[in-house]
Design a protein around this ligand. Sequence first.
Ligand code: PGA
Length: 254
Amino acid sequence: MRKKIVAGNWKCNTTVPAGVELAKAVVAAVNASGDPEVEVVVCPPFVHLTSVAAEVTGSRVRTGAQNCAAEPKGAFTGEVSAEMVKSAGAEYVILGHSERREYYGETSATLNKKLAQAFAQGLTPVYCCGEPLPLREAGSQNEFVKKQLDETIFLLPEADFRKLVIAYEPIWAIGTGKTASAAQAQEMHSFIRGAIADKYGRKVADEISILYGGSCKSSNAKELFANPDVDGGLIGGASLDPADFLGIVNGFKG
Ligand code: PGA
């Protein structure tokens, strides 16, 4: 069954104590009035994971990492392996975020290694894709996103592919306050689901959660989530505000 998911990507924000407080506030808000049909995930920085996972234990909130190493272990100074992330309590891992691709040179080849590490540890990858503004303006967004999928997750065997979550994040909408319109989001999500159906069959395509990311807030979540192919959101800025984040979690309610 296709899951509704709202995941908070805290990026490089909050100290450890502030992150634990934020997790506590998210748990309280979700417990009090969060839509029970929505899987809620928080993705703090690596060093917060153990404390945040402990804080959310016993609640409906799940924990994810924002990245993991491409190698399983060894002499890779500064890297954090999928096994470490898993042992810290994470269940999800965001992979292929545009900021990782753009600022840290992550290529499809790197991502394929990271995906393999995530699957080996039983983590659920939240695989990000999305086009930059010039490609959207040129009308080539579908070709661009399809190429990202072809070079990475479409190389996976079906058994792994089915465990993925996909996040469509148009780069021009991330942190800019500029959201894709509900129609633009639906159009791309439906294109991605169609591409999955071509590759893995309709049944697999219907079961994959495709999240929208890019300036999603409580004020626009309802409109975005009302689309038949939008199964939730990957939330940056608004995930740092528990009330705004709760509003997004409840974006599916009529
Ligand atoms: P934003 O970020 O909500 O701040 O635009 C989304 C993301 O990058 O995951």
